[in-house]
Design a protein around this ligand. Structure first.
Ligand code: 5AD
Ligand code: SF4
Length: 444
C-alpha cells in the first residue's frame, strides 16, 4: 500500500476537492498518510485568491525538497503534486520554479489524476490544466464513509468577474451540476453517515441545475428537494453573491426547516463607488434590503460576510461607508482582508493603489468592529439552550464537539452515542469563538 498526504489551502471547495482526489487515488493503491515524511505522494491543493495564499505553496515546497531527497536516499520515491488554483494559474511555471514538483493538475481535471500520477511515477512531469468538456464530477468514484457534516459541491466557476478576483480565471465559467446528480450524491452521503450537508460553489446561489422535469432549478427548489431526504438533519450553502439572492431562496429560508439560520453573504465594501469599481453589480442599500428580507423571512438568521479594505481608489469616506454598513447590519462573524493585487485582474493595474500602512490601519479598525459584533452575538447565548449537531469527540475525554444552527462551535460533556445527532445543550460558558455547555439532563 502506498501512502498519500494531502494538504489543503484556501476555501471549502478545496476541502471537498481534496477528499474527492484522495478517493480517486484509492484504486491506484494510495491510502492516507499521517505525515508528509511517511508519504509516497504529497498532494498540495492550492489557493490563489490572495498573494499570501500563493506564496505559502512555494515555501511549503521548499520544505518538502529535503524530505523527498531523504526518501530517494532510502531507495524510495515521492511524487509531489500541485493541484488547485495556483496549478491552474501558473501551470508549467510551477515545474520551472520548483524542481521538487512532479505533477501539476488544475481544478477541472481531477478525474485524470490516476493517469497523471502513473506518468509521474514513471518519471514524467505532466501538466494538466485544460477545462475539459466533460465534467470531473461525473468521473469521480463513489465515496466511502462521510463525515457528519459533509460538503457537497453543486456549482463551480464564476461569471461575475469582480475586478479584484482570480476565480473566474482559475475555476472557469459558471457550471451547475444537474439536480439528479446533486440529489444522488446527497443521498449517498447521508447513507454513509452525513447528517448535515453544506452545498458548495464559488457562487453557489447562481445555481441553475437541469431538473428531471425538464426545467431549470435555482437553489430554493433544490433546498426543498434535499430537505426531503430522510436522515438528513441540516442544510447550509456557501458562498453566495448578493445579486443572485432570489425570492425562492429567501422563501426557502422561511419554509425549509432543515435550512440553517446562518448565511455567509459577502458584501466586500459598503461604498457604492467601490462596489461599482469592484463590478459587484449591487449597491450598499441593495445589500441592506436583502438582509431585511432575509430577516423578515427568518427572524433568527445570522449573517457573515467577506470584506476587502484598501481596494484601489478607496478613500477615507469609502471606508467609513463600510464601517457604517457593518454597524447597520450587524454580523455574527466575518472575514476581512487587505486588498491583494492579483495578476491578470483589472484592479491590479490601476494606478491608485492604496498604500500598505493605510490598508493595515483600515483592516485593524474593521476587524475591531467585527470582533465586537461577534463577541456580542456569542455573549447573547449565555444561559440559553441551543441545538447542537455533534460531529466528533471533543478535546477532553467524555466530551463531544459540534455546531449550533448559527455555526458556532459548541462542546459539551456527552456520550459517544450522540455523535451524528442533534441534542439540546445549555450554554454555560461563552468563549471568544465558541460555546461550552452541558446536556440539560446532566446539568439537572
Ligand atoms: N484581495 C483581497 N481579498 C480578496 N478576496 C478575493 N480576491 C481578493 C483580493 N484580490 C476575498 C473576497 C472574497 C474572499 C473569498 O476573498 O472577500 O469574498
Ligand atoms: Fe470572485 Fe466575484 Fe466570482 Fe466571488 S463573485 S468568485 S468574488 S469574481
Amino acid at each position: 500500500m502506498k501512502k498519500l498526504f494531502v494538504k489543503t489551502y484556501g476555501c471549502q471547495m478545496n476541502v471537498y476537492d481534496s477528499d474527492r482526489m484522495a478517493e480517486t487515488l484509492a484504486p491506484s493503491g494510495y491510502a492516507p498518510a499521517d505525515s508528509p515524511a511517511e508519504a509516497d505522494m504529497i498532494l498540495l491543493n492550492t489557493c490563489h485568491i490572495r498573494e499570501k495564499a500563493a506564496e505559502k505553496l512555494f515555501s511549503d515546497l521548499g520544505r518538502l525538497a529535503p524530505l523527498k531527497a531523504r526518501k530517494r536516499r532510502q531507495g524510495g520515491k515521492m511524487v509531489v503534486a500541485v493541484a488547485g488554483c495556483v496549478a491552474q494559474a501558473e501551470g508549467a511555471e510551477i515545474l520551472r520554479r520548483a524542481k521538487t514538483v512532479d505533477l501539476v493538475v488544475g481544478p477541472q481535471s481531477y478525474h485524470r489524476l490516476p493517469a497523471l500520477v502513473e506518468a509521474a511515477e514513471n518519471g514524467d512531469r505532466p501538466v494538466e490544466t485544460e477545462f475539459p468538456a466533460e465534467s470531473k464530477f461525473d468521473r469521480l468514484p463513489d465515496r466511502g464513509r462521510a463525515s457528519v457534516s459533509a460538503f457537497l459541491s453543486i456549482q463551480e466557476g464564476c461569471d461575475k468577474f469582480c475586478t479584484f478576483c482570480v476565480v473566474p480565471y482559475t475555476r472557469g465559467a459558471e457550471f451547475s451540476r444537474p439536480v439528479r446528480a446533486v440529489l444522488d450524491e446527497a443521498k449517498d452521503l447521508v447513507v454513509h453517515g452525513a447528517r448535515e450537508l453544506t452545498l458548495l460553489g464559488q457562487n453557489v446561489n447562481a445555481y441553475h441545475g437541469a431538473a428531471v422535469d425538464g426545467g431549470v432549478w435555482g437553489l430554493g427548489p433544490l433546498m426543498h428537494a434535499l430537505g426531503k431526504i430522510p436522515g438528513l438533519l441540516r442544510l447550509r450553502y456557501t458562498t453566495s453573491h448578493p445579486a443572485d439572492v432570489d425570492d425562492e431562496l429567501i422563501a426557502a429560508h422561511r419554509d425549509e426547516p432543515k435550512l440553517m439560520p446562518f448565511l455567509h453573504l459577502p458584501v466586500q465594501s459598503g461604498s457604492d463607488r467601490v462596489l461599482q469599481d469592484m463590478n459587484r453589480r449591487h449597491r450598499a442599500d441593495d445589500y441592506r434590503r436583502i438582509v431585511d428580507r432575509l430577516r423578515a423571512a427568518r427572524p433568527d438568521i445570522a449573517l457573515s460576510s467577506d470584506f476587502i479594505v484598501g481596494f484601489p481608489g478607496e478613500s477615507d469616506d469609502d471606508f467609513a461607508a463600510t464601517l457604517a454598513l457593518v454597524r447597520g447590519v450587524g454580523f455574527a462573524q466575518a472575514f476581512s482582508f487587505k486588498y491583494s493585487a492579483r495578476p491578470g485582474t483589472p484592479a491590479a493595474v490601476r494606478d491608485d493603489q492604496v498604500p500598505e500602512p493605510v490598508k493595515v490601519e483600515r483592516l485593524a479598525a474593521l476587524q475591531a468592529l467585527l470582533g465586537e459584533q461577534q463577541t456580542r452575538f456569542n455573549a447573547g447565548f449565555a444561559g440559553r439552550t441551543v441545538d447542537v449537531l455533534f460531529e466528533k469527540r471533543g478535546r477532553h475525554p467524555g466530551q463531544l464537539a459540534g455546531r449550533s444552527p448559527w455555526l458556532q462551535p459548541v462542546h459539551a460533556a456527552a456520550p459517544d452515542a450522540l455523535l451524528g445527532s442533534v441534542a439540546t445543550v445549555r450554554v454555560a460558558m461563552v468563549e471568544p469563538n465558541s460555546l461550552a455547555g452541558a446536556l440539560p439532563e446532566a446539568a439537572a
